[in-house]
Design a protein around this ligand. Structure first.
Ligand code: PMP
Length: 277
């Protein structure tokens, strides 16, 4: 495992943050999370595209060029000696005496490269339970910002109530999970909420939609209400870390055990990183 802060590689447990760093004072920054399979980061270009978009949306000038960030990521993976890894990196508006207006300082890049969480086949067969939670976040959730307090509180609420995850709902329409996108299958068609400003445009979400189109599974990106969600044939969440994970229950509604479409999509998704056999 390895970390990076202020232009140099450091140990993951070495103290790094100056007290006046805007990341922890304001959550004033953006981040990305990339999965590394067999030493290679998956969808690196897509993650860097989204990073640039998030940064532009909050008027943050990145401290390094794109090829420099790519170089730091590859160097970090190399130094970590990990094959199956997760790269977390964030860029904050820098270090300056606490004041809401933008300081005239360089943005700060930090990164950790850690072991990826591997989910067992048993965990994937079981799937997860979810609750529905009113979305109290702001109107720009397509920006991958460091401000995650509603996500943190909702995830904790789910766990305290005995669920694995909370799915945000607004006026009866399903949006996304606290750190994942959400899909469902009804009568052979794959449904997911549209990529509006109210959800993160997940890289895994896009990859799953591409897989579905390739397999001629009909796809609808449309508004989905909670009744439709609870009455679906299959449902799953997606994210870089969890890939595709089935949902086995939505509050008191138990979903069918057969998941033919989810299974096809999961095996298709694995082709993005598995060596051909
Ligand atoms: N929505 C939210 C709120 C998230 O935090 C994440 C994970 N970063 C996702 C969706 C999934 O995005 P991705 O597939 O790019 O990891």
């Amino acid at each position: 495992e390895i970390a990076y802060y202020q232009n140099k590689f450091i140990d993951v447990d070495s103290p790094a943050l100056p007290i006046d760093e805007r990341g922890h004072q304001f959550g004033d920054g953006v981040y990305e999370y990339i999965r590394v399979y067999d030493g290679t980061p998956l969808f690196l270009d897509e993650h860097l595209d989204r990073l640039e978009k998030s940064a532009a949306e909050i008027k943050l000038t990145l401290p390094y060029r794109r090829d420099e960030i790519t170089g730091i990521i590859y160097e970090g993976i190399k130094r970590s000696s990990l094959k199956e890894a997760a790269v977390y990196f964030q860029i904050t508006r820098g270090i300056a005496p606490r004041n809401h207006s933008f300081p005239n300082v360089k943005a700060v890049f930090s990164m950790t490269v850690k072991k990826a969480t591997i989910f067992t086949d048993e965990a994937r067969t079981k799937g997860i339970s979810v609750m529905l939670r009113q979305d109290e976040r702001w109107a720009n959730c397509f920006i991958k910002s460091l401000n995650l307090l509603p996500n943190v509180l909702s995830k904790q609420e789910a766990i305290e109530k005995g669920y694995d995850e909370a799915i945000f709902v607004h006026e009866d329409f399903v949006r996304e999970g606290t750190s994942c996108n959400v899909f469902m299958v009804k009568d052979g068609t794959l449904y997911t909420p549209p990529a509006t400003r109210h959800i993160l445009h997940g890289i895994t979400r896009k990859a799953v939609l591409d897989c579905a189109r390739e397999y001629n599974i009909p796809v609808r990106e449309q508004a989905i209400n909670t009744t439709f969600f609870k009455n679906c044939d299959e449902a799953f969440i997606t994210s870089t870390s969890i890939e595709i994970m089935p949902i086995y229950s939505i509050e008191d509604q138990i979903l069918p055990k057969e998941r033919p479409v989810t299974e096809r999509l999961y095996s298709a998704y694995q082709n993005f990183y598995k060596q051909e056999v």
